[in-house]
Design a protein around this ligand. Structure first.
Ligand SMILES: *Cc1c(COP(=O)(O)O)cnc(C)c1O
Length: 447
């Protein structure tokens, strides 16, 4: 089965055609989940000693399984944080798969690592990090945050004999911060947010002083919280981190992309002072799953924490090369930054700025439209491209029934969220193909 013959060639052409046809759909079908029993009925015997053969296997995926997967790039998919890859990035993912590249080390993947580092540099420049900054692309924000916090703790413990074990963040920080603390057996201390739901230096200073600043190894600020898109007061948080000598990590998994948008750039003031930063290009930077850019101000601190040592790795670790695996949890690595890099090279960075600004404009339209309708109410002004709003008079069941019906009708995928125990409606707009007409049509269904 490792050979290449006419049958393999034919299958290759069919797969490429399927991929090209999928990318040509406009709009893509939204599709919907199916139950295990429904999928069993069509796919249970798929793996067999004899094999199904290429045509039947592709047919099974195309006509059954793919239809049971939501198209996260649908313009009316506004739940969670969607993903809207450029065609160039999505197509290049096929190339990465076909190329058998090991992305963990320079020795094995120099060309790919070089390209990924170019893409990381573009992001580092947006943040304002020095030329010496660097990192790697990891699976997602969860691994990115965990890797950064592991580096932060190792750096703190290398600096002094005490064993700091705490991380400070807010309730708005992503669930992955809490899960990283669990994995690390660290304690997450919640800093109360201000009246605008942001982390501020003043509240942080009080918590650090009350709990003992020497017990903390990191502070996590968020630029673009997942639920509301809130950007913390990074400048005052940076001041306090500097005052106490604590690692300042900024989680921009969703909102970091806004750094490329001049209309909101000033809201990120102070971000350039971070010790580490993440952004998921698979969220608002139009890369396919899964892709998180992880950056460190001082990469040597991350290397000290993450480099794996073993006799069979000496040939890699003894060289002065840039090995992406040295900057995160994990050793074997797909060159997952390449699709993002390719799209940046093809389209140019100005196209990214334009696309992000467009989603911000559509969000501003949504906010004004919500304000204009007497049955709706904005819960908090949108800092970025997430809008949380209320349908006056609706019970939680009504929100859920409305959302279920939208999907059942293949109209849209908009799941409710909650805040302070209240069920609410939420749009996350990261797809440049989402139009003001889409927004109007969805809001009409709530009348
Ligand atoms: C999505 C998100 C994460 C987690 O990223 P994954 O790629 O889903 O692992 C972390 N932080 C924030 C703010 C996010 O929005």
């Amino acid at each position: 089965m490792h050979g290449f013959n006419d049958e393999t060639k034919e299958l290759g052409e069919a797969i490429l055609k399927y991929a090209a046809d999928r990318l040509a759909l406009d709009p893509v079908p939204l599709d919907s989940p199916r139950t295990v029993a429904e999928l069993d009925a069509v796919a249970s015997g798929a793996i067999s000693p004899e094999g199904l053969g290429g045509a039947a296997a592709l047919d099974l995926f195309e006509n059954q399984l793919a239809l049971a997967c939501l198209s996260i790039d649908h313009p009316r998919y506004l739940s969670f944080i969607p993903c809207a890859p450029t065609r160039e990035a999505a197509m290049f993912d096929l190339v990465v798969g076909a190329s058998s590249i090991y992305g963990g080390s320079w020795l094995e993947g120099a060309g790919a690592v070089y390209a990924e580092n170019q893409a990381l540099r573009w992001i580092a420049d947006l943040v304002g990090l020095p030329a010496t900054a660097g990192g790697s692309f990891v699976q997602g924000g969860t691994i990115g945050n965990l890797s950064a916090l592991v580096a932060a703790r190792a750096a703190a413990r290398a600096r002094n004999a005490s064993r700091p074990f705490r991380v400070a963040a807010t309730v708005g920080s992503h669930s992955s911060i809490s899960s990283a603390c669990d994995v690390m057996d660290a304690e997450l201390v919640q800093v109360p947010v201000d009246e605008d739901m942001r982390l501020t230096g003043a509240a942080l200073r009080k918590v650090l002083q009350d709990e003992g600043p020497e017990s903390f190894f990191a502070v996590v600020a968020t630029c673009g919280t997942t639920n509301f898109g809130i950007i913390d007061d990074l400048q005052s948080v940076a001041d306090v981190c500097e005052e106490f000598g604590i690692w300042f990590h900024v989680d921009g998994a969703y909102g970091g992309a806004g750094l490329a948008a001049p209309s909101v750039r000033e809201k990120y003031a102070g971000i350039e002072r971070c010790n580490s930063f993440i952004v998921d290009p698979h969220k608002w930077l139009f890369a396919p799953f899964d892709c998180c850019a992880l950056l460190y101000r001082e990469p040597a601190l991350a290397r000290a924490a993450h480099t794996q040592h073993a006799s069979y790795l000496d040939v890699l670790t003894d060289a002065p090369d840039w090995n992406p695996s040295d900057y995160s949890i994990g050793l074997t690595r797909r060159a997952r930054g390449l699709p993002f890099w390719f799209s940046l090279v093809v389209n140019g960075t100005a196209a990214y700025t334009e696309a992000i600004e467009h989603t911000l404009e559509v969000t501003r339209f949504a906010e004004s439209e919500v304000e204009a309708r007497d049955y709706l109410e904005v819960v908090r002004h949108a800092d970025l491209s997430v809008l949380v709003f209320r349908r006056l008079g609706w019970s939680p069941e009504q929100y859920h029934a409305w959302s279920d019906k939208l999907l059942a009708d293949q109209e849209a995928f908009v799941v409710p969220t909650s805040h302070d125990g209240e069920t609410l409606a939420r749009f996350a707009i990261v797809n440049p193909n989402t139009t003001v007409d889409d927004i109007r049509a969805i809001l009409d269904t709530m009348a």
